[in-house]
Design a protein around this ligand. Sequence first.
Ligand code: NAP
Length: 323
Amino acid sequence: MIAARAVRASSDDPLSALEVGEGAEAPPPADWVRVTVRAAALNRHDLWSLQGVGLPADRLPMVLGCDASGVTDDGAEVVVHAVVSDPDFRGDETLDPRRTLLSELHPGTLAEVVHVPRRNLLPKPAGWSFELAASLGTAWLTAYRMLFTQARAVPGQTVLVQGAAGGVSNALVRLGVSAGLRVWVTGRDPGRLARAAAWGAHGTFETGRRLPERVDAVFETVGKATWKHSVQSLVPGGCIVVAGATTGGDPSALLENVFFRQLRVLGSTMGTRDEFARLLRYCEIGDLQAEVDSVHTLPDAHAAFARLASGRAVGKVIVTPTR
Ligand SMILES: NC(=O)c1ccc[n+]([C@@H]2O[C@H](COP(=O)([O-])OP(=O)(O)OC[C@H]3O[C@@H](n4cnc5c(N)ncnc54)[C@H](OP(=O)(O)O)[C@@H]3O)[C@@H](O)[C@H]2O)c1
């Protein structure tokens, strides 16, 4: 089976830790379902894994990839939910202390075949391409939970998305605009800000620029490079929902601003199967699609990873097995 695997960890040169080639199909846990992958999507998570973040050496080699769509052995067309929780855990599976994402403990989706628990499969919406279905995994599910579960954003509010044209930013803008929010976006590059405007963002600003007025919620995945601006951009009582720190964590959390203006800082990670089902329905009803940056074949996965690592990708980088 061809797959893209992390074979070592390299914080300086993550692509050097990637190997793409034949390997044995790992025996799945009992009762898991075999899915022939038709499309998979890359995430920053895959680059973190190649850097050894969240993927200890004793689990290598590991097939990468969290998101996929495909076909089960009995012919059902499905979308894969990446959060694998303990089968005995009840409630919100993102809160299960033993939960993992595909590719952290169990082989991931950047392969010809992936095995998952049956409850991790959702029906692929009829009429959707496999590429479209795979592109709405991790990034869009994370954005959906940030907006609606954590921030509880309601129509008419003004929100700020830090980062213009990444996978999560694309989802935050499309979902937020569609839900009746006034969405402002910051970014480093005029071309990437123009993409956010084309997705419907109501205002775009250079990273760190003072906004015309304070916002009700900030969606933060950039980290150190934007955290100060995030804290300073909120109305009293506003919230920051933080799901990532691409530029690193910030030791200067501006705590005096947090308590004096009674801000709420809410962590967010992925989403539940139920949220994923609602997201897929929402996108179906609203005719919302992820921006697809590029589509690569699995044997050429190095090029897909290079594109993601370049920081120039707009939206999702997709990988399709060729046979
Ligand atoms: N907790 C979770 O469950 C979860 C789920 C998904 C993602 N994440 C994390 O969220 C982060 C973003 O994920 P992604 O898939 O959207 O990644 P991505 O597609 O690579 O996008 C990266 C984003 O970060 C922005 N950015 C990077 N460096 C910046 C800098 N120096 N200053 C300002 N902005 C900068 C980019 O803004 P421009 O477009 O303006 O260049 C872009 O929007 C990653 O760290 C990822 O690990 C977490």
